[in-house]
Structures are given as C-alpha cells and as structure tokens.
Design a protein around this ligand. Structure first.
Ligand code: URA
Length: 433
C-alpha cells in the first residue's frame, strides 16, 4: 500500500477501503507519513467527502491509534458532552460542574481552539497553573474522587486526532462532515464515556453553515455511536452571533464563572439548560424537564456548581483564589471601546467576523504551533435584538498592543448590521435529535 495512491484515489472522489484508512492513520500517527502528504489527503477528503463506512473506519482507526479507557468501574454511566464548535462557546466550563454537582460523573477530554472556534482547553488554561495534561491514571482518579475531570487530549488517547486536528486547522480543512464526525467520535470512543450529548452548531460562527448540514453531521455521529448501553443525543443550535458576551479565553472563563453564579446571557442560558437536561436524561434521570431545570438552578443558586468547579481546578493544580477573585486574572493591557456610528436595532452580529478578529488579536491560532494570548478578545456590549444609540458602545476590544487598533475597531463595527425596525430576539436551540 502506498500513500500517494491513497491520496490519488480520494482526489478522484473514489471510496477508500478500511485497510487504506487504517494505513494512513497508523502511518501519520507514527510519523512515517509526513504532514504534507497527510494534508493532501485531508484536503481531498474535505473536497470529496466520505461515505458512512469510510467515516466509521476513520473513527475506529483514530480511536484505536492510542489507548482506550475503560471507565466502567466508576459508574454504570459516565456522561460526556462535546460541541462541534462555536464562537464564544464556553458551555463545557459551565455545564460540567453543574452536572457533576448533581451526582453524574463527568470525564471529558477537550480540544484546543480550531479555526475561528475556541477550545475548552485554552479556556481552562486561563486559570493559572491548571493542568490539562494530567496522566490517564490521575484523570480516572479525579472522576472517582470528585466526580469530574476535564483534560486535554493526551498523547495516549486518540493521538491520531490530536495530530490531524492541529494540521486541519492550519490548512483550512476544518469544515468537513467526515473529518469533524471522526474527530469527535474517535475521542469520545477512546475516552470511555458511554453517554454523550453533542451540541451540533450551525450558522456563520460554526463549521456547518446551515441546518441541513448540521443534521447530516448529527446523523453521521449518531450512526457511529451504536452498541450496548451507548446513548447519544444531538442538540442542534444556531451560532449566527457569538454565544454569550465574551470571545477570547480569559474573558470566556470569567463569563463562565459568572454563569456558575447564576448570571447568564439569554442565549447562553438556553444552551446551558438544554444541554444539562439532556445530559441528566441520558444519565437515566426520569424527572420531567421542569423538575430537572429546578435542580439545575438549585445547584447554581446554592453555590454547589461553582464549588465543584473550584474543586476541579484545585485538583488539577490551579490556584482557586483566581476563581474567587476574577480581578486577579491577567487582563489585556489595551482595552478600547467600539462606538456605534449608527442607531437602530442590531439585526445581525456576525460570529464569523468576531471569531476572525479574535484570531487577529491572538486569541486563536493561525498555525498549529502558534502560542495564543489568553488575555485578549472581544467583550460584546450589544447583541442581536438590542437597541443601540449613535455613539453607544457596541463592544470592547481587549488587545495586547495598540498597533492596528483603529483597523480592528472598524472590523468590529462591520460585524454589526442595524435595522430601523425592532428586531425580535431569537431562540438558539433549533431541535433535539
Ligand atoms: N471539535 C472536534 O473535536 N473536532 C472537530 O473536528 C471539530 C470540533
């Protein structure tokens, strides 16, 4: 078998065999296939797609490229969640401690930022000294002892995905159903949870641009997750504007902590509550949605969910004082308001444009080796449906330097569109599959 033939076959739009996919995944993981050939094959997959059998073969090969965890000694069910990506999506940081404080074990391996979408690992690392790279033993022990662990993809679990994910990001091969489905599901398989809730996003700030693509992606992932005692649920949600008010790692961490204290933007609240209810249902909780929602608010209002987050951070090496006093987190040196030149109701706020500006600020990576700046980002002051006066503040740019700041201010303004008529605020959850 040889990699050039495999690339050519996919470039011509032909189906790959399970053996060819296995050969590629093994060869690339071991470093026998170089980045440039892997990039060519990934781009061919991106352009020509894969059928369900190929997606399944790719997922299994990636899941088996490293260790696979068995968490069955922790509980009959371990629930996990994953988002297909979004701008301002800090949902994992909020719902994981909520669910764990309701007695459902959470064992989650998260990714770094990819394309314009942020990654949970980058946000967790905004808590000084938080270790996302703990050993698998420690990961399991934390879930056993405190009911929660959030880590990055270690090299032992689905290492193929770790390499492919970073490479895809740097060659613009991200928004592909087979590549996203195999990336997410291989990690879920390797990480050992048996119940998963997926937030499948669509819109300008998501990899899937419309509902029909999002449904296709959800279907591909659901078909992979078959087997005894495996349960899955997909929440399809809109990502036209950033979720919540903050975009950028430390800013999103701050918003997540505020949410754990009960202060949540409407759209963020809708996603958080929906995802939590679905996770509890998959953990065999039989109460009505309204009862489950009450329990969720109870752990928020009593401080249990926030304390679970503190416990998690401490367990993974962080200094929890930063979570008690968010002002101690390092801020960007330059904070500039963006003032509106127009008056009216915000009818659009492009998540894609805001995501790109946040990458320019240094909150995300242009190349896989890039260091990110956790302090920078955009704090929105106005969102869709809000009324804005001429001269009112739309958002604040948090930057590391004043260089190019005028250009960035104009870019943030161009992410907004206004209407002279009142614009209704829309729900973000489209459906649950
Ligand atoms: N999240 C992942 O883990 N992988 C993708 O490809 C996209 C989002």
């Amino acid at each position: 078998m040889n990699i050039i033939e495999i690339i050519e076959q996919k470039r011509q739009g032909r189906e790959l065999t399970g053996e060819q996919i296995e050969y590629f995944i093994q060869g690339y993981t071991k470093g026998e296939i170089p980045d440039y050939q892997a990039a060519a094959l990934l781009m061919a997959i991106c352009l020509n797609g894969m059928n369900q059998e190929e997606i399944l073969a790719m997922t299994m090969a990636m899941a088996n490229s490293g260790e696979t965890l068995d968490l069955s000694d922790i509980s009959d069910y371990v629930v996990d969640k994953h988002s297909t990506g979004g701008v301002g999506d800090k949902v994992t940081l909020i719902i994981s401690p909520i669910i764990a404080s309701l007695g459902v074990p959470i064992a989650k391996m998260s990714g770094r930022g990819l394309g314009i979408t942020g990654g949970t690992v980058d946000k967790l690392q905004s808590i000084p000294a938080y270790r996302t790279d703990i050993s698998i033993e420690e990961f399991k022990n934390n879930v056993k002892e405190i009911g929660i662990s959030l880590i990055s993809q270690t090299f032992d679990l689905a290492p193929a995905d770790k390499k492919i994910y970073a490479l895809r990001d740097s060659i613009s091969a991200v928004d592909s159903i087979p590549l996203i489905a195999s990336s997410i599901m291989s990690k879920k398989m390797a990480a050992g949870a048996n119940r998963i809730v997926l937030d499948v996003t669509y819109g300008s700030g998501a990899f899937m641009k419309n509902v029909s693509q999002a449904k296709k992606l959800a279907k591909a992932m659901k078909e992979i997750w078959q087997g005894k005692d495996k349960k899955i649920c997909c929440v399809i949600s809109k990502m036209e504007q950033p979720l919540g008010y903050s975009v950028g790692n430390t800013l999103e961490l701050i918003e997540a902590v505020q949410a754990l204290h009960g202060q949540m933007a409407e759209d963020l609240k809708e996603v958080v509550i929906t995802m939590c209810i679905q996770m509890l249902k998959l953990a065999d909780r039989k109460e009505s949605d309204a009862q489950l929602e009450n329990e969720i608010w109870e752990v928020i209002h009593t401080g249990k969910a926030f304390h679970k987050f503190v416990e998690l951070a401490q367990k993974q090496g962080a200094d929890a004082a930063y979570l008690y006093d968010l002002n101690r987190l390092e801020k960007a040196p330059i904070i500039v308001p963006v003032l509106s030149d127009e008056k009216g109701w915000v009818k659009a706020l492009s998540a894609e444009k805001i995501g790109k500006i946040s990458i320019e600020l240094g909150a995300g990576r242009k190349n896989k080796e890039d260091e990110i700046d956790r302090r920078v980002g955009i704090l929105l002051n106005k969102k869709m449906g809000d009324f804005v006066e001429n001269g009112e503040c739309l958002a604040y740019i948090h930057a590391s330097t004043a260089e190019k700041i005028d250009e960035l201010v104009e870019k943030v303004k161009s992410a907004y569109a206004f209407s002279s008529k009142e614009v209704a605020k829309e729900n973000v959850i489209y459906t649950i599959l």
